[in-house]
Design a protein around this ligand. Structure first.
Ligand SMILES: [Zn+2]
Length: 324
């Protein structure tokens, strides 16, 4: 068993905390080990504390069912097929939300000249979607197998390596995307700092994260699937994410939710509860509850003429590089 070490707040560096909840590792339920998630008494940021040492964190990603690499595995369960369906729908939605945003806010450049970098691109399906929409695309992926897959299957330039590689690069991008990456990073502020340097003037950063202030996170608390301890080390809300970004030269301009995350989170959280309680016969009730929670978070994260609520399951935020 890996010993954890204390962490300070990833936003303000504070060390005074109060408990938020204790969460299991969903891939190692039999160990019955729980990880403490705390909130910073100085700024309210919620984060994993203590946490595994960064050098040893890689082994928590080696589980065969870890979904970002589902497309690399031949065996498909019903659940991973459902995940695949959700992922394809999500890809179309991601392309559409960027197209809408680009048209309204950044449409000064013809798309064919726009350069996109996806950090933590996995097996490259999102980049493929964007390449087909006319973007010049590039990827960066820590997992060498996933990077090789993207290069070979999609003929997309994907470098294998961590975000620290950005420090050595001189390439400038119009848009950099971090889809569900920031919550995994041990030093999110340093990474944003590196990213800002790789953005052109008037460049944009898209950050997508699970929303700890979402309705589903509040309902499921320690069983909320997106706590994903100990892989997720930071848990952002719109407020804490924009505060972190503004410390590193980025201004929040526009945000939406990933609608399908509401459903994915609710059903997966119910599955986690069932696994922890060992009560399979409650499935109809669980599905009903999951559906109700998902619909509520979807509405809570929707933009309506009356509200600009940030209670959805996830946040997709566009940040503009501030002029310094
Ligand atoms: Zn803090």
């Amino acid at each position: 068993m890996i010993d954890c070490e204390p962490a300070s707040c990833p936003i303000c560096g504070g060390q005074r905390t109060a408990p938020y909840c204790d969460a299991p590792d969903r891939f190692a339920l039999s160990s019955e080990r729980l990880y403490a998630i705390q909130h910073c008494l100085q700024c309210g940021m919620i984060y994993l504390n203590p946490r595994p040492p960064e050098a040893k964190s890689g082994q928590f990603y080696e589980h065969a069912d870890y979904l970002p690499f589902a497309s690399l595995t031949a065996k498909r369960s019903a659940l991973s097929r459902l995940y695949e369906f959700v992922r394809r729908a999500n890809l179309r939605w991601k392309r559409q939300v960027i197209a809408n945003f680009w048209q309204q806010n950044a449409g000064r450049l013809p798309l064919a000249t726009c350069h996109l970098l996806d950090v933590g691109c996995g097996t490259g399906e999102f980049l493929m979607e964007m390449k087909n929409a006319g973007w010049t695309v590039e990827g960066l992926e820590r997992d060498e197998r996933a990077a090789a897959w993207a290069r070979e299957q999609h003929q997309i330039p994907v470098a294998a390596g961590g975000v620290e590689q950005l420090a050595a690069s001189t390439q400038q991008y119009d848009l950099i995307t971090l889809w569900h990456v920031l919550e995994h990073l041990y030093h999110p502020g340093q990474v944003l700092e590196m990213i800002v340097k790789r953005l052109r003037d008037n460049g944009w950063l898209l950050v997508a994260v699970p929303n700890i202030a979402g309705l589903d996170a509040r309902v499921y608390k320690s069983n909320w699937i997106a706590l994903d301890a100990p892989r997720h080390v930071s848990h952002f809300s719109l407020e804490s994410l924009s505060r972190l970004a503004s410390k590193h030269g980025l201004t929040l301009r526009w945000w939406r939710q990933l609608p399908l995350d509401a459903f994915f989170n609710a059903f997966m959280s119910e599955k986690l509860i069932a696994q922890r309680q060992g009560k399979g016969y409650l499935w109809p009730l669980r599905w009903l509850r999951a559906f109700a929670v998902a619909c509520a978070s979807y509405v809570g994260g929707s933009h309506t003429p009356f509200s600009y609520a940030a209670y959805g399951a996830s946040l997709v935020c566009f940040f503009e590089k501030s002029r310094r």
